[in-house]
Ligand binder design. Sequence first.
Ligand SMILES: [Zn+2]
Length: 225
Amino acid sequence: MSTTNQPNKFTRFVRNNAALLLMIFCIVAIVTVVLVVSLTDNGPDSVISKPVENPNGGGDGDGGSTQKPTPAPSVKVFFQSPLDYTAVSMGYTDGTDVLFVFNSTLDTWQSHKGVDLVAEEGAEVSAMLGGTVVEVSESYGMGNVVKIDHGNNVVATYASLADVNVVQGQVVNQGDKIGTVGTTASYEFADGAHLHLEICVDGKAVDPMPYVNGQVEVEKDTSTK
Ligand SMILES: [Zn+2]
């Protein structure tokens, strides 16, 4: 009897205090988990956050630390002429001016949101700055057209091209050949072979000549090398 009595007592004790035992076990388990997690979290964090190069904040540019290649965003670069041109056959008007230019092909005075740079047919047209070709198209009025996003919200339109040497999405460097001068812009056919060039800043046409003359300096877009 006594042998069967012992387990009964023990079982009864466990049964009576099961809830309490379970609760204690749970608390111990939770505390253990929390401790382990917080320790493993803290460990690597504090190890990593300590040696970050905050102490030498003075040597930003000239330090030449070989660790990070990115901190060189302040590289400036000038736009350059897209071709060797002999004359500007049609100048720029922004359309809001009273000034219009005479279009000898259409025989009308009209606004001209670009410049026509005269050159021999077949003369090389190059990218005025590095960038990404966002459009290659052909239209009756403007002929073969290449649009390049040069970064800094500047988009250049190279029109009246004979040949086109780039494709949409292509990344170009400054000076890369994008096409050749032609007579494909029917609206400006009477001008002969020329490059019709437009520059848009923030989607608004501006006078391209300062860009052509190399007077416009922008931060080099480091995302397109
Ligand atoms: Zn034009």
